[in-house]
Design a binder for this molecule. Sequence first.
Ligand code: ZN
Length: 296
Amino acid sequence: MITARELLMHAYYAASWPVRTIINRRDALRGKAPISVLFYHRVADSAPNPWTCTNAQFAQQMRWLKQHFDMITIGEAQQRLRNGLSNRPAVCVTFDDGYAENCEQAIPLLVREAIPCTYFVATRYVFDQLPFPHDLARSQRLQPNTLNQLRDMAKAGIEIGAHTRNHVDLGQIHDPHRLEDEVVLAGEELQAAVGKPVRYFAFPFGQHPNLNAEVFHLAHAAGYEAVCSAYGGYNVPGDDAFHLQRVHGDPEFIRVKNSTTIDPRKRFTKRYDYETAQHEPAETRSEATAKDEHAV
Ligand SMILES: [Zn+2]
């Protein structure tokens, strides 16, 4: 059943189509086509919640994306950003957290269709087989991936990335030892456990108040090649290729269509600048986190 919210989005998509077509064509000719990095969490047909897509929804989105975009790795996205040669619409697929059900249909589909994917994992939940705190808060005990699943995914070409140890809000942590543990040591342990390099890091929650300039510097010094946020926004040549902004892999197809064909409104998303960032007060933090609960 189609909701009123979806209808509105369809109307906005149709109304803005002419202008976005013109802008997208102009950007592509200039080598400045924005790159969308999508983040998904869980693809499953049971226990729906705001961060779950059904298998059918996910398959429909991937089919459509593959028809309309270059499906690229994070490394390829960074190369296009650095070389200023982004003249084709392109999308990266990522996942956050590490849910077991993703390995039933979603990951095999990506492997079969040769769609590159980076899969960010919060290690404690996989290593100790514990449910995630944001699911427990909704009284859902959902199964995290096993280590064997991560190893099999890595063997099949899925890039495994780090997403802290305890899925903490790094915007609130400034103790250097804790940051080192959540960002650097968790990544090193993940790498040792999976047996493949862990090159990328994604912030839990990923909204502006959940980011932390110290973490960007720490991740860079530790040898991570990219850090991902999740507050929306695109990546355009000329932007810092170390920080990739991501848009939500929404269960609603129209929202993914709207994001990846470059929503004119989302072009103006304020990029987090870790060189000049100041710590935001706590009340702003909780408000923003509450506002966008799908960004887990
Ligand atoms: Zn997460």
